[in-house]
Design a protein around this ligand. Sequence first.
Ligand code: BGC
Length: 492
Amino acid sequence: MSTAVDSALGRVGLGRSPDAPLNGHAAPDHENGNWDEQFLPPPLRIDDYNRAQKIESRLSGLVLSGATLSRVSDVFERELERGLKEESSSLQMENTYVPELPNGTEEGLFLALDLGGTNFRVLLLELRAGQLVREDVKHYHINQALRLGPGEDLFNFLADCVQDFVRSEGMDKESLSLGFTFSFPMRQHSISSGELITWTKSFKCSGMNGVDVAGLLQQCLHARGLDITVRVLLNDTTGTLMAGAQIDPNVGIGVILGTGSNGCYMERASRVQHWEAAHARVHDVCVDVEWGAFGDNGCLDFIRTDIDREVDQHSLLAASFTFEKYIGGKYLGEVLRCSLAALGRVGLFPAVPPPGSLLTEHLSLFEEENCSGGWSRTLFVLQQACGEEARLGPEEALITQHVAQLISNRAAQLASVCIAALIRRMDRPLTGVAVDGSVYKCHPRISTLMNKYIALLAPNHKFTLMGAEDGSGKGSALTAAIAARVAANNPS
Ligand code: BGC
């Protein structure tokens, strides 16, 4: 599942162009060619050369050079420092209060709640010596009315689901500890409390300003007579970090590339400004970067295209989570659709696909077919998206595959910029990066691209990208067990 890349060996062919950064991000000169060029996707190859040139020129904003990515990286580092110091920044850099990674001694029976996508999961997990020995899970659908209605309705629904679950397990009278994976940006006050900062992805519930989400869940559970205590409130990236660290002790970064995107890492506690709890004995702490909001203050406007502006305008949460809209599975299909529509409006494509007609799973399919050298499935999906009347042929399928490749390449590069910056910052002999999420799992070449780009952006550091399954479930139980261990070791 994991691919080790020794970037110092220059496996991907490193070199330095005159434009390459001099700030330590770039690799040394190497006979394998120009550093900057290694970020470029292949050209569009269709019979009509003139048309190909015009399309490339119209979409040139989606292509980022190594020099531009270096600039993004510099801005990311600056915003990261500012966020940690609680200065104005588009990066939240939230203290999660999780001070340790699993050490193989985690024990106990835990409930875990996973809220972030349209499916809500309740899990019962049992850990013995750090290993999962039991996992019961039930999925509940969260309909649009709940996702967009009053927050209180949503939390009452969550508590109803927990009640249904513990009843079905015959455990509704038992006293249980719960880990709440709440995959949205939070202002955390402790390991078990925090307020929502803003909704993202498909949620936009009202009345949640300043509300402690763990406290609200706790109230709703108690109102149902359940003896369940919310022990930890965590983000899915933290859960992924925990799940990854349980498999490989070198893991220090957790990443989600799914509907949304984000990362967390272990930071020195002394570099974190925001503490609302005693931390004299805390050496390291997990920080939730919340890179989905990177650029919301305009600091990344130099990579924003008119296509991105259109995606943003059509989104549920306009003018927010700018960076997530370049990477997240909720948006990649729409970036593709808007790109084809932009070509269609200037006569370079014979149709303007309507909103919602192309999804990220289509983009993955086009990429898959591109990798295998075919075009017929792409054409079939494209025809459905554009309508039967659209006059489409193999050339349109190849153009669509090319655009999907540009968008995938950019997403991989931007995620890699953040990961590489964290790897350089942690500066370990080997850094494991645990990654979860539908885009990472289903896109045919995202992990290959990321291995390549991280190596180019952190050339002097060894790293391992590894898929980590179910951080939101297993990671939640591990975090609850760690919280119990830390509390037992530090009685107040
Ligand atoms: C949220 C993050 C979360 C990410 C992945 C983003 O929209 O803000 O908290 O980690 O999605 O689920």
